[in-house]
Design a protein around this ligand. Sequence first.
Ligand code: PMP
Length: 384
Amino acid sequence: HIYLDNNATTPLCKEAYDAMQPYWLESFGNPNSLHNTGRIAHRALAQSMNKIYTLLHASDYDDIILTSGATEANNTVLMSTYYQFIHTGKKKRILSTQVEHPSVAHTLEFLESLGAVIEFIPVNEQGLTTPEMLRSMMDDDVALVSVMWANNETGLVFPVHELAAVAHEFGALFHSDGVQAIGKLPVDLHASGVDFFTFSAHKFHGPKGIGGLFIKAKTPLTPLLHGGSQMGGRRSGTVAVPLIVGMSAALEVAVKNLDKNMAHMSYLRDKLEESISNLPDITIVGKDSPRTPNTSLVSFKGVEGEAFLWDLNEHGIAASTGSACSSADLQANPTFRAMKISADLEHTGIRFSLSRYTTEQDIEETIQAIKSSVSRLREISIVY
Ligand code: PMP
C-alpha cells in the first residue's frame, strides 16, 4: 500500500504514539483537579504547552489555545472577528482568498449571512496573492485579513509575512491557516508577524482531534466555547491531555528534522514530476511558484480525476482529487477556477502529497502506475 494523501491526514508517528501511552490508562487525570492524579496531568499539559511555544517560536506573552483541530481554531478566529468588530459596528469588512479550506470559506459565508462584508483578494495565474493586490483593497474598515500559509491542494505558499505587514498598516488583524505549513516549511510565529495562526496535529503525524490557535499577545478574542474557563477562559472544555502530549511529541520530531525532511520530500516530489512531465498534455499546477516540498497537483487532459483515483487505488496507491473534504461532491476544483485554469482541466486534477515516510520505491511504483493508468484511461476516454 502506497500512501500519497498526506495533505488529508498523516499516519501517527511512533514517537507520538509512545508519548501518549501513560495518559490513557494510568495518568488519566483532569489537569484542573487539585489531587495528585490531577497534578500529574497538569504537569504533562504544562510540559507539552512549553514545547509547543518553543517549537513554534511564540513568546510567553502570546497565547496558544488548544482546540479540537483546525476547523475549530478557524471558526474561533472568524466568529470572534464578527463579535469583536462587525456585530459591534466598529468595522465591516473581512478579506480572504478564494482558495481557503472550507473551514474558513464556509464560515465566511455564514458571517456574510450575519451581515459581514466578505471580499476575496484575487490570486494570480501562478495561484498567488501579492502584497500589492492586498494593499489595493485595504482601508480602515477591514477587521481581519485571513490568508492560508500554504494551500492544501496545490501546496502553493503565500507571502504571509508581507501580507500581515500590509494588513497592519491599515489597522487590521491578520490570520493565517497554517495547517499545511508545519512539518513542511519553517514556521517562526514571532518573526511572521501574524496575529492568529491555526494548526492541526494530524497533518504532522500527531493524533486526530487536537490542534490549536496561536493568538498574539494582547489580541482581543471572544471565545467560541464558553464553560469551565480552561485555556484562560478562551476555550472551555476539559483538555485532552493524551492528545496534547501526542501533538507536542509529533511537533518536536517534525520541527527538529525539518531540513532533512524537506529535502527528502522535495527530492521525491521532483522525481515524480520529472518522470511524468514528458507525458503529453499534462499540467503541473504552480510548478514554478513557491510550494510546500511534499505536494504535487497534476492535471492530465482527458483523464477524469475520479476515474484516475479509482484506478490508482486498484494499484494500491492512495491519492486525492484535491481536497479530501470536498472530493466526495463532484464540484469543479475551486483552486483551478481561481487560477483560471482552463475549464476542460477542471475535473482532471490529482493531488499527490508525500510525507517524510514516503520512499523512493513508493515513488517509482507510482510513476509506473500513473503511466499505465493515463494511457489506458485516455484510450477509453470519449473526450480525449
Ligand atoms: N485547513 C486546512 C488548510 C486543511 O488542509 C485542513 C484539513 N484538511 C483543515 C484546515 C481542517 O483541519 P482539521 O481536520 O483539524 O479540522
